[in-house]
Design a protein around this ligand. Structure first.
Ligand SMILES: Cc1cc2nc3c(=O)[nH]c(=O)nc-3n(C[C@H](O)[C@H](O)[C@H](O)COP(=O)(O)OP(=O)(O)OC[C@H]3O[C@@H](n4cnc5c(N)ncnc54)[C@H](O)[C@@H]3O)c2cc1C
Length: 436
């Protein structure tokens, strides 16, 4: 049987996030049978944002989290607040039609406003900084995509700049990219602090949040649904499943609509004074257009945090230090001595078309997930939209289009398929960069 993310150790890994920012909120396990307007399953950005927005609209809201707040990828990601999805605007228009596609893209572009707005409104202590995000182009075709992306946003008045090769090299402080796009709407935060702050804010509005309360079943009940866990149950008019990569078949076949992929985060010890001034000197976060992309951010104290470069669909493995170091030295020939200070892993939910999913599985039962590694602002946004629906909004009023659930054919073979694809993507990335 394929490995499931919830088979990981029940304690969250030690990251660099827990020592600063919001403390963990009190989230005692559910005790007994309760009634509510809304039950939410999953205590990451999606579920917490849904809880916050639902409680704000006056819904009696109860959230069940299997482990602790931020246990899933929300507490372990790189903290880049990305104002985009994986696909480019023109692709979204082709996939969902002009009006819906544009609405989705514009919502994604405004996602960081939602995130920064919540952080400010609820004084969330999560080291948030609107420093901008560079997407660096690794091939002529991707450079053209960056040009089109920039034009799409500039036409809507968004603060996005095209970077030519020289400007990208200066802003990144490294070699090898052909240019890129700089989006000033994006930024970075401490993701665990953000998740905990969302939980505190939701609680302050009346939502009840229970940790160590894994939902084991969802079944129809009079007036709605009953979500049960070992220590009790919630009967509610609506239920939201917000479990992203950690989605199981709590609802038949739901877990087979995504491919969970384990991704690693690596953090260096502070780089030397002279070197650190040359890398991302403007303080922007970086990602690139490769199919197997990298993500990177630099802290004021000179540490570099990197993601990508090592994925698996199975149990944890040794972090890919050698592979990432090789890529770093190629990008930053000046980097000098390198020591690693921390590493951990978490799970991303990939979808075949790289779009997130909002499904109405039955009246009053919804699921939102599948962010393909872009869930800080998309998850926050999805939670807000799910809460709107639970409060009575029509499906076509939502920013994220609702689609029918489609299990992936041959899902049981996903491990083999993911590895075959990764090898192919790495080869394609390498061939793309032979641009002279
Ligand atoms: C290494 C890594 C780096 C990333 N970097 C970035 C980045 O820089 N920027 C970005 O935008 N995105 C990034 N992502 C993606 C982002 O972290 C996710 O898209 C986002 O956190 C998803 O939030 P979520 O609330 O939907 O899911 P999660 O945070 O995964 O939460 C799901 C929760 O559901 C719980 N759960 C599962 N089953 C049950 C059950 N039966 N009952 C109760 N609870 C249950 C789990 O315990 C878990 O806590 C990264 C992901 C990883 C793994």
């Amino acid at each position: 049987m394929a490995y499931h993310p919830l088979a990981d150790p029940p304690q969250a890994p030690r990251t660099i996030y827990g020592d600063t920012g919001e403390p963990a909120p009190a989230t005692p396990p559910l005790d007994g049978d309760v009634e509510a307007d809304l039950a939410i399953i999953g205590g990451g950005f999606t579920g917490l944002s849904a809880a916050l927005h639902a409680a704000e609209q006056g819904l009696r809201t109860v959230l069940l989290e299997a482990r602790e707040i931020g246990f899933g990828s929300s507490g372990r990601n790189e903290g880049q607040i990305v104002p985009a999805m994986k696909q480019e605007p023109a692709h979204a228009e082709r996939s969902f039609g002009r009006e819906r596609g544009q609405r989705l893209m514009e919502a994604a572009g405004a996602g960081p406003d939602v995130v920064f707005g919540l952080i400010q409104r609820f004084s969330i202590d999560c080291a948030a900084a609107r420093c901008g995000i560079i997407t660096a182009a690794h091939s002529p075709a991707s450079l053209e995509r960056m040009r089109q992306r920039t034009e799409f946003w500039q036409a809507r008045g968004a603060p996005v700049e095209f970077l030519d090769r020289a400007r990208a090299a200066a802003m990144i402080g490294g070699v090898g990219y052909l240019g890129g796009s700089l989006d000033h709407r994006g930024g970075v935060l401490n993701p665990l602090g953000y998740a905990r702050g969302l939980a505190r804010a939701a609680q302050s509005l009346g939502a009840r949040i229970h940790g160590q309360s894994a939902a084991t079943s969802i079944a129809p009940a009079s007036g709605g649904w009953r979500a049960a866990c070992a220590t009790g149950s919630v009967t509610a008019r609506s239920v939201l499943i917000c479990t992203n990569a950690y989605t199981s078949d709590l609802w038949p076949a739901l877990g087979r609509t995504i491919v969970p992929v384990r991704a690693y985060q690596l953090v260096t010890a502070p780089l030397g004074e002279n070197v650190r001034r040359t890398i991302l000197p403007g303080g922007q976060a970086l990602s690139d257009t490769k199919r197997v992309m990298i993500g990177m951010r630099r802290y004021a104290d000179g540490r570099l945090q990197l993601g990508g470069g090592g994925v698996t669909t199975g149990p944890d493995r040794p972090p890919p230090f050698a592979q990432v170091e090789k890529a770093l030295r190629r990008l930053f020939p000046q980097i000098g001595e390198l020591r690693w200070e921390a590493s951990w892993s978490g799970w991303m939910a990939m979808t075949p078309d790289r779009y997130p999913r909002l499904h109405e599985l039955a009246p009053g039962l919804l699921a939102g997930f599948g962010y393909n590694g872009r869930g800080v602002s998309m998850g926050t946004l999805m939670g807000r939209e799910l809460a709107k629906r639970a409060a009575g909004a029509a499906l076509d009023e939502l920013a994220v289009p609702a689609t029918p659930m489609r299990p992936i054919a041959g899902h049981a073979l996903r491990r083999a398929v993911v590895f075959a694809r990764l090898r192919y993507y790495r080869l394609r990335d390498a061939l793309d960069t032979l641009h002279g």
